[in-house]
Design a protein around this ligand. Structure first.
Ligand code: SOE
Length: 394
């Protein structure tokens, strides 16, 4: 980090690579970060595509060799936006070279890899963050404030869902998202981990889980190309043959949470009608909150008021007031923001932590805590029994 500049290398250029690239531009242009961000290197396997995207998104250089990139002395920070099977190797090597690291969620596909990554982050002492971007939606930050202020009182229940429907079509090809060796799991790792992380952030840890998992479509056509985003979009033609799906299409969980609360959770890509509905409801003795990502500027807040129960009801707060978290960077009140800003906020906070040499959350240990819950869920579903969540100690 020379002259208050942060030279970043981004590994991966598809859906998440595009979002992260957009976020670097946004942070630099609109948020006045404490370090000047230089979009130094974009790295990926396909030289031609990396070059095209780097030119479009404003990266200075390209590379097809991540190991070389993370070892370069002129690179300060490494951003990992590739599927989970590659996270541990890239992140640990980047940390060994003293880089700051931002790693997409879930932290890794296995507990062992997650532990390795936490250890490497501790040894490096740099800012190692995991990309649970929804923590940084303004309405979620507002929910966090309300809960911290004790406004919900003792919390009884958390209801969390992450519902999509793009995989219902059985002709959607067998992209990496359906392959356990690459993605680690399906709706569990891709979607439910966001809900688990938000529960950790807003309410607390998981102690026991009772889960079931289901794969509705067992075979899918093999993809014709390696391009596309894995979500069954254009560019993902098929070859005619099929292959086995090795991940869950739905995961449902009942959980005991810290503080005597109960959680009920589900994630699936088969909820016809829902496109990207991360819905969270938290009920306490004094009140409740409701959040729905498809209406992400709103937080619904219910106050139990025994003085006048006839006027009780959820109120809809538009989380766009300049006093609401992050809103000072955006538009006049009521001029709503979108999915992409959660990534900009995440990058801003990472850069700020690097600049001020402060800890950043969610860090790799938060990523590991999430993975511990994932492990317990998989074990519970496989054995059809309630399973204790085991915590790693260091
Ligand atoms: C999958 O459909 C996906 O893109 C996830 O991978 C992201 O983490 C989530 O934010 C949106 O949905």
């Amino acid at each position: 980090m020379k002259n208050r500049r942060l030279r970043v290398a981004l590994i991966g250029y598809r859906f998440m690579g595009k979002l992260h690239s957009h976020a670097y531009q946004t942070v630099q242009q609109l948020m006045r970060p404490p370090l000047e961000i230089e979009m130094a290197v974009l790295c990926g396997r396909d030289a031609r595509q990396v070059a095209t995207q780097a030119a479009a998104w404003g990266w200075q250089e390209t590379s097809t060799n991540w190991a070389e990139v993370v070892a370069r002395p002129d690179i300060d920070a490494v951003d990992i936006a590739v599927p989970g099977n590659a996270h541990a190797e890239i992140a640990t090597m980047a940390l060994q070279h003293g880089k700051h690291v931002l790693c997409e969620k879930p932290l890794a596909n296995t507990l062992e890899d997650s532990v390795r990554m936490v250890q490497a982050a501790r040894q490096a002492g740099t800012a190692a963050m995991v990309g649970f971007n929804y923590r940084r939606a303004p309405a979620i930050q507002l929910a966090h404030q309300l809960i911290q202020e004790g406004r919900l009182g003792k919390i009884f229940q958390v209801r969390g869902q992450y519902l999509q429907d793009w995989a219902v079509d059985s002709t959607v090809p067998l992209t990496w998202r359906f392959q356990q060796a690459i993605a680690g799991s399906g709706s569990l790792g891709d979607l439910l981990t966001h809900v688990i992380d938000l529960t950790h952030y807003l309410v607390g840890g998981f102690t026991h889980v009772s889960a079931l998992q289901k794969t509705f479509v067992a075979e899918r056509p093999l993809p014709g190309t390696l391009t596309g985003e894995g979500l069954g979009h254009a560019g993902e033609g098929t070859q005619g043959e099929t292959g086995p799906v090795s991940v869950d299409d739905l995961t449902a969980v009942m959980a005991h949470l810290d503080g005597d609360a109960i959680g009920i959770f589900e994630a699936t890509r088969f909820s016809t009608g829902y496109k990207n509905a991360l819905r969270l409801e938290i009920h306490g003795e004094q009140g409740a909150i409701r959040f729905d990502l498809e209406r992400m500027n709103e937080l619904e807040y219910y106050v139990r008021d025994s003085r006048d129960p006839s006027l009780e009801g959820f109120r809809r707060i538009l989380a766009t007031h300049p006093d609401h978290p992050y809103m000072q960077y955006w538009w006049p009140e009521g001029h709503i923001v979108g999915y992409n800003v959660t990534f900009a906020h995440q990058i801003y906070d990472w850069v700020e932590a690097i600049s001020r040499q402060r800890p950043v959350r969610p860090d790799f240990l938060d990523g590991l805590r999430c993975q511990e819950v994932v492990e317990a869920i998989v074990g519970s579903a496989a054995e059809s029994r309630t399973t204790k969540v085991l915590h790693q100690t260091f």
